[in-house]
Design a protein around this ligand. Structure first.
Ligand SMILES: Nc1ncnc2c1ncn2[C@@H]1O[C@H](COP(=O)(O)OP(=O)(O)O)[C@@H](O)[C@H]1O
Ligand SMILES: [Mg+2]
Length: 333
């Protein structure tokens, strides 16, 4: 049995289907990611798997425990880092962890030992006695990850772990996530709308859009499934050149953007002179050209018919919850 299994997991809100009969499994020790734009249904899926929301239909199990019938056992086996920050900013880092550890009923000795372990895992030992309100965004995120690990969960859920963080801090968080996956053997389920994050962290990815999983595979296989080099062309008449290139049998996936075109070809470098010849005959002027191997963005485009970058504005992490009360509510539910 896999560590996470779902069958037809579905959530509707007043007739609107946010998560639509999703089916996937995650193996022990894997880093598995849901990649999808805002509103795709990622958080709703995490909320169902972590017993915060009841599914409308379908079922799932975590570490063999049913999310509907064995909720307490599920919660004991998981750590969660929610999309919205849920820390007590008037407490120190250590106190936040201690509160969490007490909630899980860890003995004073275990608490002390474990707090030191998780703090050192995310490099916060020196900052443990500082009030969280004085932490930077990256430090808060690391503390939340540490808290999720306090009770040595089998599975750690990370909902958009680096949302709103700067590039350098995001890199650091990635390293910690890799480390805890390797050193603690924690299975990780994460969601993200960042291609680079999914690419760097995940063993396997499910691409999710409008509540449906479109494809699940390793990052390499997904890129191979797109199967060709991607050429990006800036040119004077995008629409006309698109129509013209679509007539060529060796060109696939011609997609117009505002000022440029992307297209798929085999052996891209060899096709560039041919494309320039066509442009000359058509009297289209090309101002720049770029050839590259497929990225996850191309994979997304291939499976959804649109680019994720173009329709995914940055969502700020500005929603706050009442921390201590929130956790107690979750634990007792
Ligand atoms: N409590 C709710 N009531 C109504 N609609 C909701 C609720 N939660 C989420 N949704 C809707 O469900 C869809 C999926 O949301 P969500 O799971 O948060 O997406 P993601 O995390 O991928 O951005 C969105 O269209 C969102 O507006
Ligand atoms: Mg979300």
């Amino acid at each position: 049995m896999d560590i996470i299994e779902t069958a037809n997991l579905t959530k509707t809100f007043d007739g609107f289907t946010a998560v639509d009969h999703i089916q996937f499994s995650v193996k022990k020790g894997e880093v598995f990611g849901f990649l999808g734009p805002n509103g795709a249904g990622k958080t709703t899926t995490i909320k169902m798997l972590t017993t915060l929301l009841y599914p409308t239909e379908g079922s799932a199990s975590i570490a063999g425990f049913d999310i509907l019938r064995q909720r307490a056992s599920v919660r004991k086996n998981i750590g969660v880092v929610f999309q919205e920050p849920a820390l007590d900013t008037e407490l120190t880092g250590r106190e936040n962890l201690d509160f969490h550890a007490r909630m899980y009923g860890l003995s004073p000795e275990t608490r002390k030992k474990r707090i030191t372990q998780v703090l050192s895992l995310v490099d916060l030992v020196d900052k443990k006695d500082i009030l969280v309100k004085h932490y930077s965004g990256g430090m808060k995120r690391r503390l939340e990850i540490a808290r999720g690990l306090m009770h040595s969960p089998t599975v750690l859920f990370l909902d958009e772990p680096t949302l709103g963080l700067d590039a350098q801090t995001r890199r650091a968080i990635w390293e910690y996530v890799k480390l805890l996956n390797k050193d603690e053997g924690t299975t990780i389920f994460l969601t993200t709308h960042y291609m680079d994050e999914a690419d760097f962290l995940c063993d396997r990815i499910g691409i999710i859009d409008h509540g449906k999983i479109l494809v699940i595979d390793t990052v390499d296989n997904l890129k191979k499934s797109v199967g060709h080099d991607v050429i990006t062309l800036s040119c004077s008449d995008v629409k006309r050149f698109q129509k013209r290139l679509e007539q060529e049998s060796w060109v696939s996936n011609v997609t117009p953007h505002a000022l440029y075109l992307t297209l798929g070809v085999e052996r891209g470098e060899e096709k560039i002179p041919v494309i320039f010849d066509i442009a000359r005959i058509e009297q289209v002027s090309i101002s720049s050209v770029d050839v590259r191997k497929p990225t996850l963005d191309d994979v997304f485009l291939y499976y959804t018919g649109r680019s994720m970058r173009e329709q995914n504005p940055e969502a700020p992490r500005n929603k706050t919850v009442k921390p201590a009360r929130f956790w107690l509510r979750w634990w007792k539910k």
